[in-house]
Design a protein around this ligand. Sequence first.
Ligand code: SF4
Ligand code: SF4
Length: 367
Amino acid sequence: MEARRMVSQPASQTRKSWVRRQQPDRSQLIRHAVQASFLLLNAWIGILFYRWVRSFEQGGSGMAQPVDARPAGVDGWLPIAGLMHTKFLFLTGHLPVIHPAALFLFLAFVAISLLLKRAFCSWLCPVGTLSEALWHLGQWIFGRTLRLPRWLDIPLRSLKYLLLGLFVVLIGSMSALALEQFMQTPYGLIVDVRMLNFFRFMSLTSAIVMVAIGLLSLGIQNFWCRYLCPYGALLGLVATLSPVKIRRETSACIACGKCARHCPSHLPVDKLVQIRSAECTACMECVAVCPAQDALQLALPAHRTSRQTPQWSGRQLHPATVAAVIALLFLSAVAWAHWTHHWQTELPRTVYQQLIPEANFLSHPGL
Ligand code: SF4
Ligand code: SF4
């Protein structure tokens, strides 16, 4: 889905007008700070949630008081519930009552994608952050990165869209009543606990798959995100509507190719005027390595004086602005959920007392 139009320019002409970048680029510093903050936030939520679950598991008949309230932010790890809730809201106009935070966080991440491409993947998602860290570790160990040949890369990339299609068809076939009833089943009520238990009591097959993905992530950049993540696929499709794009000023570009070589999504940034691809995660790595002043920017559309000389300057987004917009959308969604009293799942403690110790014995209502 890359921009179809390629623009070539006489290299001699561009090199004459080359101006070396004046200011050091801080985009990666800011992005990594946002990634680290969100990773820490998720780790904190994970610890609180684990303590909350354990308090019910250890309670027995004496039932100790839960040590913490359930951290509703854990619903952010339930994107399928977010998708189901979105359809439920669309059909009924009502907000969900079970795992409602999943809806608000899902909508926040969709809004981020609409405004800032797939920035969720490269700025927020803890899985994306870990995937990136594994790749850096692999580069440190092996000193190189493996790029799959095109004949293998393209069919593998379609896997995440197939997985997304499966979820969309399944959820698309459910009525509002079926969506509501699913969430009211014992499985739906504690689907968050089931998710935690998947990692705590992993089957041998699941463990082998996880280790395989981890090992592949060492050698292949963003293996999970590039090939398998249906959430990233969905956000990528939404992101194609974003007005913000990586844009190249052809008059300033010296055709050094650094941007394309450093792009984690392997996009031909040095050949395009703007990146429309659903694979672009707005990571700004290409911008960070570009040596020419104002040649490459994450920018809003701008008036173009001619097809050959688009003028993007003045419409670029500073990385701090990107971070601020992400934080604003995320916090607005959380505030909106609190304001409407739809952040926390309000269930009597006795329900959790009964269901959580039995969580591993609950089967999926559709099976
Ligand atoms: S390096 Fe540039 S083109 Fe590549 S994914 Fe990141 S922002 Fe998009
Ligand atoms: S890094 Fe890319 S945009 Fe920047 S000068 Fe080199 S080819 Fe042009």
